[in-house]
Design a protein around this ligand. Structure first.
Ligand SMILES: Nc1nc2c(ncn2[C@@H]2O[C@H](COP(=O)(O)OP(=O)(O)OP(=O)(O)O)[C@@H](O)[C@H]2O)c(=O)[nH]1
Length: 381
């Protein structure tokens, strides 16, 4: 009996001990290690290329354009340009040409009619003295011939205008190389008259006539002028020599001529700055540019660019430039926008220098060699 009780007690002790051990292990008491954390599953950021692929096309970085050499243009030759551009003189034609023809066709011309003819000439910028001269000549002829037919009126007027413009003046540009050097053309004038544009257009005239041209951007006052000239040059394959904004115009001109000699071009055209407030400043700058060029070559042509729409102001400017440099020719711009075609006569008289070129529009080939007869024909219609 005693053994039985002892056995039961032992069994109970063992059973309780086992239960306690089992419970302890389940309740987590004691130093249990923290359960490993569940790893956060994150979507890896797509690589940059992948983003570019999924991005809409508009957000893709632009592809670099393959560099294409600008196409070089071959402008038309200069011959016959004034005839081709004659319609551009429409305002001068209707005011001056038609006005004169109508007045002169009246049955019998009174003193008042002749005064009206003179006023018309003066208002078209022909100038007072030449206008009087034209009227006197016409009066004499009409007195001798009597009543004139419309054709006779036209012929008479044509003769008078051509005579005043000077059909025999030497208008050819000096642009041919000589003595192994290129010809050098300096383009001068007040800013805004169309100097840079005329330089660019002139390069096209010369390239169209088969010449090799180099441009010198000596208008260093305005950065855009050099840019403008570079564009003109690129279009016709003419090299452009330029300096930094504000640099010495004479040194740019020197470099341009040096480069022109090295490249063996026919003509170097130098665009200069006109934004000078005093005559002394202008004289110093243009004089220096010319002197510096002449260390290497002769200056064959000094072209004064004048805006035809500025009338008397233009003539005053012209006078100042003529005192400063030896002008050899006039480029009269913006004749397309004015009724005052008569300025050709007055500016030549004022300076004693022929108009060699006329600007008849903003298009690249709207510059024409001047021809007295073609001009008068265009004005008379
Ligand atoms: N209608 C017309 N416009 C012209 C003609 N020639 C030049 N122009 C215009 O006149 C403006 C002035 O021309 P530019 O060549 O920049 O004048 P610029 O004298 O060089 O001026 P700066 O560089 O400031 O000294 C431009 O808008 C030209 O297109 C022309 O014959 N007819």
């Amino acid at each position: 009996m005693e053994y039985l009780i002892l056995g039961i007690a032992l069994f109970v002790v063992l059973a309780v001990g086992g239960m306690v051990a089992l419970l302890r292990s389940r309740s987590g008491t004691g130093t249990l290690e923290a359960p490993p954390e569940t790893p956060t599953i994150t979507r890896p950021a797509p690589p940059a290329e992948e983003e570019a692929v999924v991005a809409p096309p508009a957000e893709r970085p632009p592809l670099a354009e393959p560099s294409v050499a600008p196409e070089i243009e071959l402008p038309p030759p200069s011959a016959g340009r004034l005839q081709r551009l004659r319609a551009r003189l429409a305002r001068s034609q209707s005011t001056l040409g038609q006005g004169l023809l109508n007045l002169l066709s009246r049955d019998s011309l009174t003193d008042e009619d002749w005064d009206e003819i003179e006023d018309l000439l003066i208002s078209a910028d022909v100038g007072v003295a030449p206008s009087r001269m034209i009227v006197d000549e016409l009066r004499t002829k009409v007195k001798v011939t009597g009543q004139l037919s419309p054709d006779q009126v036209r012929t008479l007027l044509r003769e008078q205008l051509v005579a005043q413009i000077g059909p025999d003046l030497q208008r050819a540009l000096h642009v041919d190389p000589h003595g192994g050097h290129p010809a050098v053309v300096m383009v001068v004038g007040v800013n805004g008259t169309g100097k840079t544009t005329t330089t660019g257009k002139l390069s096209r005239v010369l390239v169209g006539d088969g010449k090799q041209v180099l441009l010198g951007a000596a208008d260093t006052f305005r950065a855009a002028a050099a840019e403008q000239l570079t564009t003109w040059g690129e279009r016709v394959g003419a090299r452009v020599v330029r300096g930094p904004e504000g640099s010495d115009p004479a040194s740019v001109a020197f470099e341009a001529v040096k480069q022109g000699i090295q490249d063996g071009v026919d003509t170097v055209i130098i665009d200069t700055a006109g934004r000078l407030h005093t005559k002394t400043g202008l004289m110093d700058e243009l004089g220096k540019v010319k002197r510096v060029i002449e260390k290497q070559a002769t200056v064959d042509e000094v072209l004064l660019v004048l805006d035809a729409t500025t009338g008397q102001n233009g003539l005053t400017q012209a006078r100042v430039f003529a005192e400063v440099v030896n002008i050899t020719g006039i480029a009269l711009t913006k004749l397309d926008g004015t009724a005052k075609g008569g300025i050709v006569i007055s500016v030549q008289r004022e300076l004693g220098v022929p108009v060699k070129l006329v600007g008849l529009g903003e298009g690249p080939d709207d510059l024409a060699p001047f021809d007295a007869e073609a001009f008068v024909d265009a004005i008379l219609g």
